[in-house]
Ligand binder design. Structure first.
Ligand SMILES: *Cc1c(COP(=O)(O)O)cnc(C)c1O
Length: 399
């Protein structure tokens, strides 16, 4: 047996392999430079161009570019009319932004447990949490795998709730053969560097509802409009009007043109991610002690992240050891996510451990393996080699 790097042995890889990374080429660079030399650095022609491209890619009526994915969630929650006294059901396994957006509106996030197979929000858990105060549901396509949105929309329609789909992981993922983004009342995307495409920082809300779209457009720019059709008073050509309390959540043209250039390559990015995920599946499926992700019939995931579960009992290794040993082998593993309500800030608000037992158990076992379009098949083989190396050490300890 070769000695583990964590014990001073030679690591499987010489160079560190990050879990996620942007893929930028010369076309992206040129597009950004061209905007820098143009008249508009922000809210110019690149914004509407990017919005129109996303609109037709997803197949929706409206797309509104926003400064980041968190602001997109905030804007969607605002447009949904979420306010103090409301409850909003949110998945417990997500990035904090999904529920922070509810808090920004003064409402109360209510955390739902996850489905043990898809790791997405469990529709049964949603049903149990609905009461008179429930206003909306924020669901997350965790890892890029779409939630069962038909079932969730049915629950929502029956109970008069608004559904916001946090699709930060899933631009380009498909549900029942349809692009993600056209099923929920509003869907939000993030263009952070590790996400399916990047604008450095950036986000988008898509919807088929004109009322939501108009509110979000106002909200992203101070609540101010100059649009003649929207003005309540007509004072003169200089006139503009603040109609609600908005923010400066605008995206720059520099970011938007990078988004346009990135979107042209999304099919290449997605097919690379799908190919690498399939290779992970093949290399890991028969290793005992490891659970690979399952994809339901309705899903064609874009594989934003690849998450495995470690069976600590049968391997004789803790997740912490596994994690640290993989990092020592120069494999940039990560953990997505700590159940949001276990954060100190949320604990201060009164949330307690034990709220979502399946989410908490899931969190104890998970490790995110590196996956991004810049990786090669050999990189995936390095990761699986490192996993096997560490597992064989565990077996030795077991004996
Ligand atoms: C990345 C992410 C966000 C936030 O997006 P930003 O663009 O970083 O603000 C929200 N929700 C989920 C699930 C994310 O992964």
């Amino acid at each position: 047996m070769t000695e583990l790097a964590i014990h001073g042995g030679r690591p499987v890889r010489k160079e560190f392999l990050p879990y996620g990374h942007q893929t930028i080429d010369n076309k992206d660079v040129k597009a950004v430079i061209d905007v820098l030399k143009s008249d508009y650095l922000t809210t110019g022609p690149a914004i509407s161009l990017f919005e129109n491209k996303i609109k037709s890619y997803v197949g929706v009526d409206y797309a509104i570019a926003i400064s980041n994915g968190t602001a997109a969630l905030h804007a969607a929650c605002f447009a949904a009319g979420i306010k103090e006294g409301d409850e909003v059901i949110v998945s417990s396994i997500t990035f904090a932004a999904s529920s922070n957006a509810v808090l920004y509106c003064g409402a109360t996030p209510v955390f739902a447990d996850i489905d043990p197979i898809t790791y997405n929000i469990d529709p049964n858990s949603i049903r149990e949490l609905i009461n008179d105060k429930t206003k909306a549901i924020v669901v997350v396509d965790y890892t890029g795998q779409p939630v069962d949105i038909d079932e969730i929309m049915e629950i929502a329609r029956r109970n008069n709730l608004i559904v916001i789909q946090d699709s930060a992981h899933s631009l380009g993922s498909e549900y029942k053969g349809e692009m993600i983004g056209k099923q929920a009342d509003m869907t939000t995307f993030s263009f952070h560097p590790v996400k399916p495409i990047t604008t450095a920082e950036g986000g988008m809300v898509v919807t088929n509802n004109i009322k939501y779209a108009e509110l979000i457009r106002l909200f992203r720019s101070h609540g101010i409009t100059r649009d003649e059709d929207q003005l309540l008073n007509d004072v003169g050509p200089w006139y503009y009007e603040q109609q609600l309390l908005g923010y400066n959540y605008r995206m720059t043209d520099i970011q938007a043109i990078l988004g346009v250039s990135q979107l042209e390559k999304i099919e290449t990015f997605l097919s690379k991610r799908r190919k690498l995920a399939k290779l992970y599946n093949n290399l890991l499926e028969n290793i005992s002690g490891i659970t690979i992700p399952e994809e339901p019939e309705y899903s064609n995931s874009g594989w934003h992240i690849y998450v495995i579960k470690i069976d600590t009992k049968s391997t004789g290794l803790s997740r912490k050891f596994f994690f640290e040993a993989l990092r020592a082998e120069n494999i940039g593993v990560n953990v997505h996510y700590i159940p949001v309500y276990l954060m100190p800030y949320y604990k201060e608000l009164g949330y307690e451990a034990g709220l979502c037992p399946r989410a908490e158990a899931f969190y104890e076992d998970i490790i995110t393996l590196p996956l991004h379009p810049g990786m090669t098949e050999d990189d995936v083989r390095d990761v699986t080699k490192a996993i096997k190396k560490i597992l064989s050490y565990g077996d030795v300890i077991d004996d």
